[in-house]
Design a protein around this ligand. Structure first.
Ligand SMILES: [Zn+2]
Length: 131
């Protein structure tokens, strides 16, 4: 009868039983001189729990600082990019450089922009294909 009641109580509060077991194990290990083991395990567990949380917070903080939402300077489509990284417009395909205030064409750095270069053709003008 008593055994049944005890089991029922354990089922009702499994978390507490788990913690009590943990505390008992920790106390036992400490009592037999393995406190260093407990400490290193605790540090390990804290690191395991804290690392993803800190990583997530750090990532969110980093994204808030570095995520830029603006419009494509060529076609005006909404874009999301990471500051300082090159991205290409999903709508028109233009390669863009993400800056703090928005997007700029990546070709402004001195690389050759094919559409902006004045090409002199001697033989005949370039016709759009398909005709
Ligand atoms: Zn575009």
């Amino acid at each position: 009868m008593n055994q049944n009641n005890f089991n029922q109580m354990r089922v009702n509060i499994p978390g507490l039983g788990c913690w009590l077991t943990l505390i008992a194990v920790v106390w036992l290990l400490g009592a037999v001189g393995l406190g260093w083991l407990v400490k290193s395990l605790v540090v390990l567990v804290v690191l395991m729990v804290a690392a993803p949380v800190l990583g997530f917070i750090g990532l969110r903080f980093w994204l808030q600082r570095n995520l830029v939402q603006s419009q494509c300077p060529v076609c005006g489509a909404g874009l999301t990019g990471i500051k300082g990284a090159a991205t290409s417009c999903l709508n028109c395909g233009t390669v863009l450089q993400t800056q703090a205030e928005g997007f700029a064409r990546a070709t402004e750095d001195g690389t050759i922009d094919i559409t902006a270069v004045d090409v002199t053709v001697d033989t005949k003008p370039i016709l759009p294909d398909g005709d």
